[in-house]
Design a protein around this ligand. Sequence first.
Ligand SMILES: NC(=O)c1ccc[n+]([C@@H]2O[C@H](COP(=O)([O-])OP(=O)(O)OC[C@H]3O[C@@H](n4cnc5c(N)ncnc54)[C@H](OP(=O)(O)O)[C@@H]3O)[C@@H](O)[C@H]2O)c1
Length: 275
Amino acid sequence: MNNHKIGFIGGGNMATSLLGGLIADGQFSNTIWVSDPDVDKLDKLTQRFQINTCIDNKALVEQVDTLVFCVKPQALKDVVFELRDMLKNSNPLVVSIVAGIRESDISRWLNYSAPIVRTMPNTPALVQSAATVLVANKQVSSEQRDQAESLMRAVGVTIWIEDEALMDAVTALSGSGPAYLFLVMEMLEKAGHKLGLPHDVARLLTIQTAFGATKMALESTEDLHTLRKYVTSPGGTTEQAINVFQQGNIQQIFDEALAAAHKRSVELAEQLGGA
Ligand SMILES: NC(=O)c1ccc[n+]([C@@H]2O[C@H](COP(=O)([O-])OP(=O)(O)OC[C@H]3O[C@@H](n4cnc5c(N)ncnc54)[C@H](OP(=O)(O)O)[C@@H]3O)[C@@H](O)[C@H]2O)c1
């Protein structure tokens, strides 16, 4: 991938994270292009990463083997319409990180049989710890799959799905998931403070406990239920708390919350990708 030329349309938060990860992974900075309407943003990216930048999306397309759409969902259709004649000629791999816009919509807007990989990263990409799901259409070669995967691995772990319809479930779980975990941590912190812990102590204990539990889960071969059982001694303190959560039907609350997020993801895809 080191000499493979990659262009990012949109030089915002996600593109910046991907750039940082790619360069740390050994991608040569002179093989990377970014286009964005904001010249100051581009200057900062050039200073930080020594990459190529331009305000003209078409000038970028002339240079690259892989094109990565990193604009907001509302901006994508115009970008695709602006570039599609050029793309049809050069036929690069198209990777989209744009939330909520389906491969079939991008393909329809492009109006040719483009190789497209749709990805769904999440916010921890900003600290190179994303969980990213990828789905490829049938025009994508195995070499292009590898290219898309190594691009997204620059900001965390990757996993492929074969059925794009599952992207709404992915959105409900990992896309929105960081916010659910922040909510749980927020509640732990508040409950600890109510028991008398100073705010800073409750905050540190909450964050380190979440980090430590996550690290244990990542490093263990046991499932999550078993890990929970290990720290829940019969008659102990943890069991008392777990009983309260279960009496409050916590699984049903999570089921309903994810179903609501899933429904909204389907609605947004209809709105954003329509027409
Ligand atoms: N942030 C996340 O955690 C996350 C997670 C999953 C997916 N995503 C997806 O990633 C995409 C990018 O998110 P982000 O947080 O990086 O957004 P962002 O910081 O707003 O970056 C988007 C960039 O695209 C630029 N842009 C707008 N119109 C353009 C055009 N026609 N040509 C070239 N560049 C253009 C914007 O410039 P202006 O600001 O001047 O408009 C902005 O610099 C979104 O579609 C989002 O759904 C983000």
